[in-house]
Each structure stands twice: as structure tokens, then as C-alpha cells.
Write a protein that binds this ligand. Structure first.
Ligand code: NDP
Length: 315
């Protein structure tokens, strides 16, 4: 099995991973970056990023990630399309297995694996996943031109997806379990000002309705339950977008790193240090409260500086 050594392995891309790669490259750590299943991370499936400083007109998430990637390449980061399948953090240097059956021996690891969209957990949701049920409006919205869809959730993601879909679809229901949105005021305003978005307050989906005909399946509606009265009702529609938050991608590290009760990596306050010396975490994988592109990028910067200092001063 092929084996190679590196001073710094960065697992994951997105603003945290790419920023860590920029800083680690400039510090001559010659980082190897494994981008994971979704190179560029979640910003590549968003629309316009309007709150990242330096872009007064906003910037497409895909372009922003491509810029960061190219910036890291420019300073010599070894960016690879692929995944790390397992890590052994029990001794330093750390042994990591890649999906191309090679081994990387890393003096330090920066974890920037981000988070993934959560699902409702309904059986019918799994039946129609990819056939009318999606977690990505920018990926799948195109299929619902002039149709009726619902977005489930009340946060910024749900609001953003609803507004985006309202420009494509005939009608968008925004289904939220409470009577006020969690989304930022600016996004709420856009939702309320969109004439074809109807907010369905105090409801949760309890079943995705659809038809299965031979090999083809499609969604025909959703059954909702009123969270206060428990009354049920059905809405006819063509697609459902789930936008109820994210969970951290920490499967790889379970049992090896300290995680909190929601499986976020625990880092020492104000740093990227995990409970294992030489392992650092940045971005959404360790952030349960901010989850912004700018905070992820800042975390990546911090992790690279922490890794550099660790290598310089390690015991
Ligand atoms: P959030 O955790 O902010 O919101 C999740 C929403 O889903 C909440 O409204 C929550 O309801 C609802 N929800 C959770 N679980 C369920 C369930 N089982 N059934 C029904 N509803 C459920 O996640 P987001 O992905 O929206 O945002 C994550 C972070 O990313 C936030 O910090 C957000 O600000 C940020 N973000 C910023 C953007 C921007 O600035 N442009 C764009 C997108 C995200 P309840 O409110 O009752 O808890």
C-alpha cells in the first residue's frame, strides 16, 4: 500500500478547509487537502452569498469557493478530489487511509469536514428522496418550474430556499413548526414580500404523499399536523424541500475525539485545539452557533496557525 508523509493533512474543503490550506501553504507546511464528497462544501449549493465582507454586490457560492481553492493552489496546496476513509488518532504521527487505498502519515490534521443537511426522518421522505424530496433548492429547483412546492423549516436556509424557489415556481409554501421564523430579519422581509410564498405556521409534515408507477415515483402532496391542535391537513404539491438545519460530519472521529452531545467536535475556547494534540478543527464541524462562511474561514486560518505553532513548539 502506497504511503506518504505530510506535515499537515486537511480533511474537508469549504471556507474552513480552503482557508486553512492557504495559511498552511504560506507557512511552508505543504498541506495535502482531501476535499471530500462535496468539493467546496455547502456554499456550492447555495445561491448568492451577500454577507461575506469584500463583496458589496454579493458573490455566487460556487465562484467564491473556486476563488478560495485557486488561492490555495497558488500557494502550493496539494488539493485532491477524494475522501479520507479512516483515521487513527491514537498515536502521532497520525495514520489516515484514503479512498484510493493509500496511507497518509500526518504530523498534524486539520478537520474541516463541515456539516450535512438534516432530514425529517419520515419513512415516506426516504421513499421519495430524489423523486420530489430534496435538501437543495439550487440543485433541484429547476425541475419545478411553474409548479407548486413546499420548503420545510424556519431558519435562514429555509427562507433563502423559499425566496429562490419563488422565482421559479408558481407557488411556494413555507412550512414552519412555530409561529415565528428563526431566519434573519432581512430574509424574513424577503419571504413576506414575495407574493407567491405562503407561510404555513405551526405545522410539521408527517407524511410525504406520492405515487409509485412502475419505476417512476413522484410527489403529489404533503400531510401536515398542526403542532398546537394536532389537527391534520393535506396540501397538494409537486416537490418538498427540507431545510431544517444540519448535523456535523464527525462519523470518522467518533470514539477518538471529544464530541459534544450533538456530535460537534469540542475545541478549546478561542482556539482550534481538540483534545488530541496535533489535531485541530475548524468551521461548521465544531461550530454549533455561528455557522457562517466568514466564521468558518476565520476558523481555518486559526487552525493553520495553531498547526504551525504546534509543529514549531511541540513537546
Ligand atoms: P437553523 O438551525 O438556523 O434552522 C433550522 C430550522 O428548522 C428552524 O427554524 C427549526 O425550527 C426548524 N426545524 C428543526 N428541526 C425540525 C424538525 N424536525 N421539524 C420541523 N422543523 C424543524 O438552520 P439553517 O440551516 O437555516 O441555518 C444554519 C446556520 O446557517 C444559521 O446560523 C444561519 O443563520 C446560517 N445561514 C446563513 C445564511 C446567510 O446568512 N445567507 C444562509 C443560510 C444559513 P425552530 O425555529 O422552531 O427551531
Amino acid at each position: 500500500m502506497q504511503e506518504e508523509k505530510t506535515k499537515c493533512l486537511i480533511i474537508g474543503s469549504g471556507p474552513a478547509g480552503y482557508t486553512a490550506a492557504i495559511y498552511a501553504s504560506r507557512a511552508n507546511l505543504h498541506p495535502i487537502v482531501y476535499e471530500g464528497m462535496q468539493p467546496g462544501g455547502q456554499l456550492t449549493i447555495t445561491t448568492i452569498v451577500e454577507n461575506y465582507p469584500g463583496y458589496p454586490e454579493g458573490k455566487s457560492g460556487i465562484e467564491m469557493m473556486d476563488d478560495m481553492r485557486r488561492q490555495a493552489l497558488r500557494f502550493g496546496a496539494d488539493i485532491r478530489t477524494g475522501e479520507i476513509l479512516s483515521v487513527d488518532l491514537s498515536q502521532r504521527p497520525f495514520t489516515c487511509k484514503t479512498d484510493s487505498d493509500s496511507i497518509i502519515i500526518a504530523d498534524t490534521i486539520i478537520i474541516a469536514t463541515g456539516s450535512s443537511a438534516r432530514w425529517l426522518g419520515l419513512e415516506s421522505e426516504s421513499v421519495y428522496r430524489g423523486y420530489g424530496v430534496s435538501t437543495c433548492a439550487t440543485c433541484d429547483g429547476f425541475f419545478y418550474r411553474n409548479k407548486v412546492v413546499a420548503v420545510v423549516g424556519g431558519g435562514d436556509t429555509a427562507a433563502e430556499e423559499a425566496v429562490y424557489l419563488s422565482t421559479i415556481c408558481k407557488k411556494v409554501y413555507l412550512i414552519h413548526r412555530r409561529d415565528e421564523l428563526r431566519a434573519s430579519k432581512v430574509m424574513q422581509k424577503r419571504v413576506f414580500e414575495s407574493p407567491n410564498i405562503e407561510v404555513v405556521w405551526n405545522h410539521i409534515p408527517i407524511e410525504i404523499l406520492g405515487q409509485i408507477e412502475g419505476f417512476s415515483k413522484y410527489v403529489t402532496g404533503v400531510r401536515l399536523e398542526n403542532t398546537k391542535t394536532k389537527e391534520e391537513k393535506e396540501i397538494a404539491l409537486d416537490g418538498v424541500f427540507i431545510a431544517i438545519g444540519h448535523h456535523p460530519n464527525t462519523e470518522l472521529f467518533k470514539g477518538q475525539l471529544a464530541l459534544d452531545e450533538e456530535n460537534y467536535i469540542i475545541t478549546q475556547a478561542g482556539t482550534s485545539l481538540t483534545n488530541v494534540k496535533g489535531v485541530f478543527a475548524a468551521g461548521d464541524v465544531q461550530d454549533r452557533s455561528y455557522k457562517q462562511a466568514i466564521t468558518a474561514a476565520a476558523g481555518g486560518c486559526r487552525a493553520a496557525i495553531d498547526a504551525e505553532r504546534f509543529l514549531k513548539f511541540q513537546d
